[in-house]
Design a binder for this molecule. Structure first.
Ligand code: N01
Length: 543
């Protein structure tokens, strides 16, 4: 294995490597592992003090993955699959973090990393064909290939609410939960935000808090996880069938082995339709969005799915007004990611929990003592911000990335991210994005999506080396055509009817462009292979 010459290293204090990988989440760790295996001198840089990425930062109570644990795990090493035991259907944040720590130790990855350093800038030198990467700790690294495994949901959105900085109590963000934990016992807690992070944390916070006030601007669809420990039998079965399960995941649209109901909805009677919805509801969580084929394309099917879920929610929530307030009326079901909860709707039956509908009674200001809405006041000890992320592009545009012809990434993506195959950006040679915009990313299984992209990109790097090319860059026309295709496919679905973070709609001033590729994981892989078979069509190489 190669060890990068870590600081102070070279005489001028600059770390000189072949590959820099930004990030130590699932994608970054895998990129470092594979790059080192292929003989590249590799440096990883990570802002967190340890590995984990999303699972390092999002330590809020109740944090879990909404993809089943046996699917949301590395597939590249069958030995790793056999030796690791997932204890529950949906893994908790601590369990996923220990899995990533185990992977980091098992493949000896930590020694390639600098932790606790945030990359703030990167600049490409056209003459030397190298990136210079700078961190906030003063590290300067030069590399030929820059892999940005910076995460799709890693740039937290701190809302611009008047008076927020005046609040005298504690403000905690779900996306940057204190590492030592935060105890809400006997405190008056306010939660702003009812996306997945809010919906997962609210039931757990409610158990300990003296009072919990939920400030909801937009309700979301949520389906219970029906989480439970995996039995020994299930664990054995998972180990026995991992290969088939992975094959199905790579051949599927969303990177998991689950398929929609085998018959089209219009060929089944009402009884069978209800049973199909009920079965999917009981499977739990986000999978409900794909009970029937075309559920997020055909509004009539979507309406039937929506009605089924509404009935379920109304049966749980005792106060009909609260139930009404908790039900979305602004988007087709599944066109924002369906949340996966444990006792979310039941929590609103508790005496110590109150829902504030900000659409009826908006926040006017935050004061030293709490939240003042137009009609009421709420005294609080703690404010929890579950207010989401500048998704898919934020982590990239918050760094000062300068291409060789003068433009920054922020400028290049001002009207929406433009990429070829979601991995390369015209004007930014030798820079690659992993699970970035223009790729299936958040609409697939992030772990398998990262593996596929990293392997494909390292093949591209090897190809360049073998052919004596120092640079590779996405062609502008190929990137335009791919980005138009990403847009066109999204426009054929109901997803464009939702003001979601998929479309940048949660961030003021952000371009409204549907960012992930919704054509399916399998289709995307085929497109990547097609380009490779044609000698990496869509790229221009230079010496
Ligand atoms: O963020 P979100 P998230 N005043 O953007 C509200 C993944 N994830 O962190 O919709 C008042 O969904 C905002 O309201 P509105 C998953 O892919 C997965 O919860 O803008 N409210 C919204 O309610 C998920 O989709 C898991 O009107 C304000 C909330 O904050 C993605 O991450 C767990 C506001 C933000 O919701 C993001 O989820 C967690 C303001 N000024 C996350 N600003 C699992 O695997 C924002 N809001 C289960």
């Amino acid at each position: 294995m190669n060890t990068p010459p870590l600081a102070p290293g070279a005489a001028d204090g600059v770390v000189d490597v072949d590959v820099v990988v930004i990030g130590a989440g699932f994608a970054g760790l895998y990129a470092v592992h594979r790059a080192v295996q292929r003989g590249h001198r590799t440096l990883g840089v990570e802002a967190g003090a340890g590995v984990g990425g999303t699972w390092y930062w999002n330590r809020y109570p109740g944090a879990r993955c909404d993809v089943e644990s046996i699917d949301y795990s590395y597939s590249f090493d069958p030995d790793l699959e056999q030796e690791w035991t997932w204890s529950e259907r949906y893994a908790t944040q601590p369990e996923i973090l220990s899995y990533l720590e185990h992977a980091a130790d098992r493949y000896d990855l930590r020694r390639h990393y600098r932790f606790g350093e945030r990359v703030v800038a990167a600049e490409f030198d056209d003459v030397a064909s190298r990136w210079t990467v700078r961190t906030d700790a003063g590290t300067v690294a030069r590399c030929q290939w820059l892999f940005c495994a910076t995460g799709s949901l890693s740039a937290p959105n701190r809302p611009d609410i008047p008076g927020l900085d005046d609040f005298a109590g504690d403000v905690v963000m779900t996306a940057a939960w204190p590492e030592e934990g935060y105890d809400v016992t006997d405190k008056r807690v306010g939660v702003i935000g009812t996306g997945s992070s809010g919906i997962q944390s609210i039931p757990v916070l409610a158990r300990d808090a003296a009072r919990l006030t939920v400030f909801q601007r937009t309700p979301n669809y949520s389906v219970p996880a029906f989480n439970r420990p995996l039995t020994e039998e299930e664990q054995k079965e998972a180990r026995r069938t991992y290969r088939e399960r992975r094959a199905l995941s790579f051949a599927g649209g969303a990177g998991t082995p689950h398929q929609p109901y085998p018959r089209p909805i219009w060929e089944v009677d009402e009884e069978e339709r209800r049973q199909a919805f009920e079965a999917r509801w009981r499977e739990g969580g986000v999978l409900f969005a794909k009970t029937f084929v075309d559920q997020t394309i055909d509004e009539r099917i979507n309406d039937l799915a929506r009605e089924f879920v509404e009935e379920k929610v109304r049966a749980i929530v005792r106060d009909p007004q609260v139930a009404d307030d908790l039900l979305p009326d602004d988007h087709p079901i599944g066109t924002k990611r369906i949340c996966t909860d444990s006792d979310y709707f039941e929590t609103f039956n508790r005496d110590n929990v109150e829902l504030v509908n900000l659409r009826r009674d908006p926040i006017q200001t935050i004061t030293g003592w709490g939240v003042k809405t137009e009609d009421s006041s709420y005294e609080l000890d703690v404010l929890v911000l579950a207010t989401g992320f500048d998704a898919m592009t934020g982590a990239m545009t918050r760094m000062d990335i300068q291409g060789p012809r003068g433009g920054t990434m922020e400028q290049a993506w001002a009207s929406g991210p433009i990429t070829f195959l979601g991995v390369a950006v015209p004007g930014f040679p030798n820079l690659f994005t992993i699970t970035g915009p223009g790729s299936p990313s958040v609409l697939a299984n992030m772990v398998l999506a990262a593996e596929q992209q990293v392997d494909w990109l390292l093949d591209l790097v090897d190809h360049c080396r073998a052919e004596g090319h120092a640079t590779v860059e996405a062609r502008a026309d190929a990137a335009r055509a791919w980005t138009d295709h990403v847009d066109e496919v999204a426009n054929g679905t109901l997803f464009v009817r939702a003001d979601s973070w998929y479309r940048g709609a949660n961030i003021d001033g952000k371009a409204r462009v549907f960012m992930p590729y919704i054509g399916g994981f399998h289709t995307y892989i085929a497109r990547c292979e097609e380009s490779k078979d044609l000698g990496y069509a869509g790229f221009v190489m230079g010496s």
